[in-house]
Design a protein around this ligand. Sequence first.
Ligand SMILES: [Ca+2]
Ligand SMILES: [Ca+2]
Ligand SMILES: [Ca+2]
Ligand SMILES: [Ca+2]
Length: 692
Amino acid sequence: MNKGRILLFALVALLAASCVKDPTAEPQSQGVQSVSKKIINTAENADPSKLILYVDEETADLWANMESVTRSGNESLDALAVEFGAKFVKPIFNMAINGDQKREMNMHRWFLVCFDSETDVEVAAEKFAAMKEINRVEFATMLQRPKVTAVPVHEMPATRADNQMPYDDPMLELQWHYDNQGLTSIYETAKKGEDINAFAAWKYATGNRQVVVAVMDEGIKYTHEDLKDNMWVNEKELNGQAGVDDDKNGVIDDIHGVNCVDEAATTGRLTGNISWDQGVWKTDQYGNKYYDGDVGHGTHVAGTVAAVNNNGIGVAGVAGGSGNGDGVRLMSIQIFDGEGNSSYATNAAGVEYAADNGACILQSSWGYPLKEGVKMSDSDYENMGGGVELAAIRYFVKQSGCSAMSGNVAIFAAGNETKDTADYPGAYNEFIAVTAYAPDGLPTTYTNYKQGCNVSAPGGDWWEFRADVSVKGCVLSTIPAETIDPSTGSLYNADYGYMQGTSMACPHVSGVAALVLSYAVENGITLTNTQLYDILTSSVREIDSQLSGTKKTGYISSLTLDKYKGNMGTGKLDALMAIQSVRGTRCVPAIVGKELTLDPAKLIGNGEGFNVKGYGEYKISEDTKKRLGIDRIDTFGGKIYFTPKNAGIGMITITYIAGGNAVGGGGTTGGKLMEKEVVIVVRDTDDNGGWM
Ligand SMILES: [Ca+2]
Ligand SMILES: [Ca+2]
Ligand SMILES: [Ca+2]
Ligand SMILES: [Ca+2]
């Protein structure tokens, strides 16, 4: 087992400290704020040629219309621009689209200044911060590349019987994260049912073209055989002229999304050139060669959200459709390109692009960890800089990219530093941060937990006991074959591969969010983004009862579980429950081997016993009976009784009489006969502390 492959699947950037309140707040007292307090972060890990400035209203208007970088109309600022060799000053946000709302959110006041390479930006920052027109100065902190590698696998024929599988994608049976059969061939301690319950959910929703998920990551390989049909397409650019911004959205030739790195590094401009296989070989200080470049992270994440389902090839995606051109669409917001990374400034522009071009979910498997030893508090986060990025994400959340939802949602990976705090920005209470569990339903060794973490999803785990099969406990998805595998130095040369990380857990939640919205679109239901957040964090199976003692994670290593108790978020996201929540269907917990009583009076309203009577009739599918191991069902006094023998989730429709004591003669008068769908969630143990 190559140790180098195992760790560091997070995007890492060191943080810097100083002190200012709300990232976009006005200075508390005009003119007397000290220079140091206006400089939010440090130049560590920042783009050395740029500064991000938040300016006052007057300067914002001057700079928006400046003739040249040294002729803005403000002589003292112009003098500074000359002194430090500023090449350009440009607004970070595109005020030509939705400008009124952006102005209301003060987005017109953020500017990017680019300097000559000889300029000392730290000195420049001091000078700019000393100007009364400048309210904030941020160094353009760069995201750090994901230090990860995929383990490539070639497509292999299916072995599970067709009738056990919802779709014909041959590798779907290896995607335990959708439907975990508890196979030890996949993971030594794998447990049946530790998955997002996708198969059951797909009976209700599989995807919808109206839902656009922006994947903010490496570029998506949009030509991938198992992704290309679910790519978002900007038709005007597709059918337009090369080199021309045909749809006038500010980006030239943006057919499948934008690149926030490449040209942005020199001009601050986004381009439409998405790539996924750029990189260079470098030599470290000890003379060792290493690869610095794309590793397939973005293509892998995209496949989990929406690889094309039921197309007879490869894998399936959570919201990849049913094989009828009905998957959700993937927009590529490229923040890594070869050895290059995006910074706060270009990230912000990328998020704005997603908002202005119809995305409703921001899938963000990246983040900035807090400095070691720093405990999370509001002020700590504000010390990081990133105010411009936060402004963009807040703007994204306020837009509505999907007709079925007012507002959008942003979902982040919690991070992989095994720390008790989610990475920024997912740690903010206004965004979801996703922790990762292994095929045994227990926390992974790498996942962050506790503060700021909201919900858990499968992130996968290496297994070191049996190296030959260990990788199967990771998440299987699409990868670009022509990208270099950093661990071998040769090309992946395969279209599918395994990766692990909260980066892999996050797209499961984005995928379920996309499924819920697809269901809403198709059933004429409208939600608010707050409701969707609520659905994603409350449609969960509990995890805490499993979290005591230790878990073996290798020959000699083990993981202490108690510290994760209460700290993995609300629980493990269940796609079926999430869709049922939109439908308003009640979920009832049950225990393997224990008799369950379904009393209609307790399933209506708040369950306190309403004036309804059971009618003793029910509908249940043979599939559900078989799956939950229900051999017989008894009815007595209008109640329904049965004992499930297997863990799992199933649906039963019960009949009850509302408003009256009995159905009249022949069933045509008296109380109204009603049907109610109930989801039965059967677990293995009864010490589960009440997941409802
Ligand atoms: Ca365009
Ligand atoms: Ca064009
Ligand atoms: Ca497929
Ligand atoms: Ca959070």
